[in-house]
Write a protein that binds this ligand. Sequence first.
Ligand SMILES: [Zn+2]
Length: 234
Amino acid sequence: MVAAVVDITADTNTCNSSLRENGVRHGWTPFFFTNSLSLIACGNILPDFNVFKIVMANLRYFSFIFLLLTVWACDKDETSPSFTYQVAMQYRPHVQTFIMEAEKRGIQIDTTNLIMEGVETLPDSICGLCNHTSSQSDRQKVVQFNTSQHCAESLIELEALVLHELGHCFLGRLHDDTLLPNGDPKSIMKTGGRKMYAPCTYQFGNEPCDNTFKRAYYLDELFDPATPVPDWAQ
Ligand SMILES: [Zn+2]
């Protein structure tokens, strides 16, 4: 116990004298680094008056380092965040459709910040997710799709699903469950269900089955919610 106390005292004294000697003898580089290491190793930075003297004696060097750190910090703030583009192959044609249909209507879409992937981890009740509903491109957009077959039984349903999620992620659109006069959904942004312009799968009786002619309206409405009610929905 006593020996331990003596050892600690001896270390502290050695440190202090080492700092004093280094402070007098050396140029700035070895002086600064040697003393910094010594101070840290000694663990007595705050109470030692030598620290104050060292800082004052090397004020210009500390100022220079501070200036460098400030410039570096400013540079970091002004640099735009780096985004990832990573869209799984099966979704790419539909993302292209979204971009082209937007362009036709004078809307430029930049998808360089888009990650789109199919996952098996979403609950059955969720077919797609967009991580951030906004038309701003200031952050990484991530769209996940449930790969379960019930979510998209045809390519046209998959298209509607992709357009719906991109409507959240790149147009900032929320869900809209309004109905048209004939009872059809007003928008591709309706909650759940992607069959509003699906082709005929099974014909039952004389009911109209092929709804692909409705696609043009739903695309118009996606990019402009004020699109008038189409004739077929009166
Ligand atoms: Zn949605």
